[in-house]
Design a protein around this ligand. Structure first.
Ligand SMILES: NC(=O)c1ccc[n+]([C@@H]2O[C@H](COP(=O)([O-])OP(=O)(O)OC[C@H]3O[C@@H](n4cnc5c(N)ncnc54)[C@H](OP(=O)(O)O)[C@@H]3O)[C@@H](O)[C@H]2O)c1
Length: 321
């Protein structure tokens, strides 16, 4: 396979387009790149014209890696087709939530648990967007000080809900959100459960525990949609096992892979400035005894989806992380 890999991108939406862009930008060793969706058509993704094929079982013949970015659920691409792809020899990397918590499916954020990617039986899951950026910053703090409790409030962009989310902000169209999003803040992302938590809030708790390998970690999340196009922001409060110092936290964050951090207290990242950048950005760090607080921003379509998925693919083929 020295000449590269045959890769299928399933889904030609916001994440599908970023997957194509990240495969190109990171020089993933490609022999062939196929784009599949519900309907066949000619589509321009990241400036490149593709003959989009229909996502059906036969389309995965000869595919080495299938990057899934279709919609979730029973009728979604991953539930319908992931096992069809693995039966034909492909490794599936899924951006959706359908398989993330299955015990045999590794849930991987390469900066945190790259080794887990190799223990798969055909499917590797990409984390939820708001969870990925959080665990990239939690991991170095966990290593240094131990984690007791995490409390997070999110400020999530409309593109996190796909094309229909962007339409809702730009044209006030569709039913992507339960209330108008322009000029608003909506504290409800996903379905609400009997316990009052939304599916997005549950994902942040359960996925963080799995990725960090801390099954008892206390995580309390409040997920809020705001009228920002791209880039999720988070206010994170942590209680640590060991007493922390500002100097120690800054050092841990500075040396953490994937984290861009400005030590200037007046300099803080915003979604507008960091959209289009593949990393995780941290600012406003405050430390008081066992409590650490900071602000964290990342492009939900890149590190929150496409960049992380391509990094997993690189881990699997041993290219680079
Ligand atoms: N947006 C984010 O920030 C983000 C972050 C992390 C993870 N994700 C996950 O990534 C996935 C894609 O999100 P998105 O934002 O790119 O959504 P999107 O813009 O709405 O695009 C969805 C794409 O999926 C395709 N699709 C839907 N059902 C399919 C099926 N059964 N077979 C094949 N293709 C199918 C659609 O095909 P057609 O074009 O033919 O209709 C469309 O191209 C979702 O699972 C989402 O939860 C999204």
């Amino acid at each position: 396979m020295s000449e590269g890999y045959t890769v299928a991108v399933v889904g030609a939406g916001l994440v599908g387009e970023r997957l194509v862009a990240e495969l190109r930008r990171r020089n993933f060793p490609l022999k062939e790149l196929r784009v599949l969706a519900r309907s066949a058509r000619t589509a321009v993704l990241d400036g490149e014209t593709f003959e989009v094929g229909v996502a059906e079982p036969e389309a995965f013949e000869g595919v080495d890696i299938a990057l899934f970015a279709g919609t979730e659920g029973e009728k979604g691409a991953a539930v319908q087709l992931a096992r069809e792809a693995t039966a034909r020899g492909a490794i599936v990397i899924d951006n959706g939530s359908d398989f993330r918590l299955e015990p045999d499916v590794p849930l991987v954020v390469p900066e945190v648990n790259a080794d887990a990617a190799r223990e798969h039986d055909g499917i590797v899951a990409n984390g939820n967007c708001s969870t990925i950026q959080m665990v990239v910053t939690l991991a170095p703090i966990a290593r240094q000080f131990g984690l007791k409790k995490v409390v997070v409030s999110t400020y999530q962009a409309v593109s996190g809900a796909g094309r229909s989310g962007v339409e809702a902000l730009e044209n006030g169209q569709g039913d992507a959100f339960p209330k108008p999003i322009a000029g608003n803040a909506i504290p409800l992302i996903g379905g609400i459960g009997e316990d009052g938590y939304t599916s997005e809030e549950r994902k942040m708790k359960l996925e963080s525990r799995k990725i960090l390998g801390l099954p008892d970690l206390e995580v309390h999340a409040t997920a809020v949609r705001i009228p920002v196009h791209t880039g999720h922001s988070e206010s994170i409060y942590i209680e640590t096992e060991k007493e922390a110092t500002l100097e120690g936290v800054l050092k841990a964050l500075r040396s953490a892979p994937g984290v861009t951090f400005s030590g200037d207290a007046n300099d803080f990242p915003t979604p507008l400035e960091t959209a289009g950048e593949p990393g995780v950005f941290v600012g406003r760090v405050r430390v008081s005894g066992n409590a650490i607080e900071y602000w964290c921003v990342s492009d939900n379509l890149l590190k929150g989806a496409a960049t992380n998925a391509v990094q997993i693919a690189e881990t699997l083929v041993g290219a680079k992380v």
